[in-house]
Design a binder for this molecule. Structure first.
Ligand SMILES: NC(=O)C1=CN([C@@H]2O[C@H](COP(=O)(O)OP(=O)(O)OC[C@H]3O[C@@H](n4cnc5c(N)ncnc54)[C@H](OP(=O)(O)O)[C@@H]3O)[C@@H](O)[C@H]2O)[C@@H](O)CC1
Ligand SMILES: [K+]
Length: 462
């Protein structure tokens, strides 16, 4: 499990530690860890060509002090400042004393480039002076980001404009959510954590890693039959939206349950596409209710919620949910809204939800006594209390009609197969994101192709 802390939490922990340490000690710890990783990446430090891109803050200071350490071991180190008037004074003196130099432009060749332009103090996309330096990074150089790739938002992983694409990121004290969340995560390369001695509270966010997803996937044993593997019931679709039923079933069939039972008016469309579907009410281990229901179906939603098995509520099923009813259920409930639906559930505006996704997903979980999965550029999953799970997979192409129906079917299927609601939601989002990446590979995708790519995403995690 990778855990992550917001900039605010990291800063508070840093303040507390700085107060107890001699001045500059923390930066020396950071620089020592950074230099050690760089030395490991260079086959030989002596004679290596190292370029430091140095911003005006402490992130630049880290790069300069690490550069000084490499220069002392015989590397040829050249620093290039984004704003020479505001360069970190102590760091520059250390570099020059160690035999490094300050240059006006980025050298044409380098073995290693340290990106010390901005760290957790960065705001928005890189400014032109910083972006111009990034453009000049010599081809073939190994790029090491200091704390995080410059241009990536530490708290959200958002990239607004230019940003560094690192091979390795050396981050200090704690992972930042932006290193786990795309597009930031894919800019960070391999992330190495340097312990600088921060004492941290419970993390704000965590992300399942490949091996953890693999361990959670339900695998049939020799004694499994379809009922032991779980039956998932899908209440979805309407005359207006029969496709939502087909897509939800397509996800459910690929989610590990032994069988899928469909209940609703789109049985013909479902059977035409998936003859393996059971039709009509019957015993299930979990329900999915909501995709494409349209309006006026509250009685069916209530009936599903009255069944004491785990229930995933999505899309039209989320309308007018009563927090009291949900909190009173004896089995887990999982809500899977997008920002607009979450806003309605919270009595907030969509903008408020988008601006505070971490807080919103937590608030949903608390208010409804449920696990909440908030869809979006980075899907978040929260239970009441505990860190928010950040889905590290995904692609902007996922924002396509019907993709949520596939996700709800898939996740409901994982619930029926016995995963708890938090794990089912996190694993569902993870596989769905991987499948979408495969299906899209850089081009628009159809929701049905996400479902078709799920077996491959699954096989990637034997
Ligand atoms: N605290 C500690 O104990 C420790 C901290 N450590 C290190 O310090 C780092 C944090 O340092 P920090 O607070 O100085 O901020 P930092 O990330 O260097 O950036 C601020 C500067 O960048 C500028 N700037 C902002 N946005 C920009 C943009 N889009 N494009 C271009 N420029 C932009 C901004 O300019 P301004 O807004 O002032 O004009 C300001 O000058 C942290 O990530 C870690 O590496 C470690 O040594 C461990 C101990
Ligand atoms: K950086």
């Amino acid at each position: 499990m990778r855990t992550a802390y917001s900039v605010e939490t990291v800063r508070a922990a840093e303040r507390e530690l700085i107060a107890r340490l001699p001045e500059g000690a923390l930066m020396q710890r950071a620089a020592a860890g950074l230099a050690a990783v760089c030395a490991g990446l260079l086959r030989k430090v002596y004679g290596a060509r190292v370029v430091l891109l140095v911003g005006p803050g402490d992130n630049g200071g880290d790069a300069l002090y690490a550069g000084a350490r490499l220069a002392r071991r015989g590397a040829g180190v050249t620093a290039v400042a984004m704003d020479p008037e505001r360069i970190h004074g102590g760091g520059l003196r250390a570099l020059l004393a160690a035999g490094g130099r300050l240059a006006d432009g980025v050298p044409a060749r380098a073995d290693l480039v340290l990106d010390g332009l901005v760290g957790i103090g960065g705001r928005g996309g890189l400014r032109p002076a910083a972006a111009a330096l990034v453009e000049r990074i010599p081809a073939g150089a190994v790029v090491v980001a200091v704390d995080l790739p410059s241009g990536v938002d530490a708290d959200t992983g958002e990239v607004a404009g230019a940003a560094v694409r690192a091979d390795v990121t050396v981050t200090f004290g704690a992972y930042k959510p932006g290193l786990l969340i795309d597009p930031g995560a894919s800019r960070a390369g391999v992330v190495r954590l340097v312990d600088i001695g921060l004492s941290l509270p419970e993390p704000e966010a965590e992300a399942l890693q490949d091996a953890e997803v693999a361990a959670l996937l339900p695998v049939p044993t020799a004694s499994s039959d379809k009922y032991r593997r779980g039956v998932v019931g899908v209440v979805a679709g309407s005359s207006q939206y029969p496709g939502a039923a087909v897509l939800a079933v397509s996800g459910a069939l690929r989610g590990g349950a032994g069988a899928v039972r469909y209940v609703g008016p789109a049985a013909d469309a479902v059977l035409a596409r998936y003859p393996e579907t059971l039709i009509g009410r019957g015993r299930v281990q979990a329900w999915v209710v909501g995709p494409g229901l349209g309006s006026g179906r509250a009685a069916e939603v209530a009936e599903v919620l009255a069944d004491p098995v785990p229930v995933l509520v999505d899309a039209d099923g989320l309308r007018g949910l009563d927090p009291e009813v949900l909190r009173g259920r004896p089995a887990p409930t999982l809500l899977t809204p997008h920002a607009g639906e979450a806003a309605a559930l919270l009595g907030a505006s969509r903008q408020e939800v988008e601006a505070a996704r971490l807080t919103s997903v937590r608030a949903l979980a608390v208010k409804y006594g449920a696990v909440a999965l908030l869809k979006g550029s980075t899907t978040l999953v929260a239970a009441a209390g505990g860190p928010v799970r950040v889905n590290p997979t995904g692609t902007p192409w996922l924002a396509t009609a019907g993709s949520g129906d596939v996700l709800s079917g898939l996740t409901g299927s994982l619930l029926a197969a016995g995963l708890d609601a938090l794990d089912a939601a996190s694993v569902g989002a993870y596989l769905h994101g991987l499948a979408a990446r495969r299906a899209a590979s850089g081009a628009p995708l159809l929701a049905q192709h996400i479902a078709d790519s799920l077996p491959e995403a699954w096989r990637q995690h034997p």
